[in-house]
Design a protein around this ligand. Sequence first.
Ligand SMILES: NC(=O)c1ncn([C@@H]2O[C@H](COP(=O)(O)O)[C@@H](O)[C@H]2O)c1NC=O
Length: 184
Amino acid sequence: MEGKPFAFYLLCSRSFPRRKAIVRENAVYIENLTETDNPYVSYPVVRLLDEYAVVTNGLQTDFIAQALEWESPKKALVHVLDALDYERDDYSTPRIAGIIGTGGKGWLGFAGRDEFWVKRLGLKEGKAFVTATYNLGFAELDFPAFESAEELAERATELPFEKKVLAVGIVKERKGWGLAWFSP
Ligand SMILES: NC(=O)c1ncn([C@@H]2O[C@H](COP(=O)(O)O)[C@@H](O)[C@H]2O)c1NC=O
């Protein structure tokens, strides 16, 4: 979408493929539909604020959104990711988080067991800056054109990752944010 900041979340999962997304006004939640004690597989995945959209792979979403009430996106990512750190599961799954601003800036953060970084991004037309929990690091991908949040989510599920479950798309509209999810 020309000139419009966007973000997406692509959920890929080996162990918990039965999941859905629930959209509630200014938030999206991932709900796991398989019985488990694992505390990391249902969580708030998106929180929309007037000036920012926050997307993450865990409960840090809401803490980062709260921190944005009184500090910069960079500091919100540094403070919350540092405080919560990686997940204490069998894989030490990293916590990842992204923020986009209505003005066209973006930030991405990663808290792993052996690695921690927060980057400021200059968003570019036709490109997506991406990270993932495992084996990607930080990447800049070509991203195809789309007309709506629905189409953005669908395009995200066409990216070359394995075990895709669903994607959530967020795009800055003339008024507020467009929000949708898609399951292949
Ligand atoms: N955010 C998520 O949706 C999510 N799904 C799974 N995890 C964690 O990552 C581990 C590996 O997941 P999987 O086997 O589904 O690829 C899970 O045991 C769980 O502790 C998640 N936590 C972080 O990615």
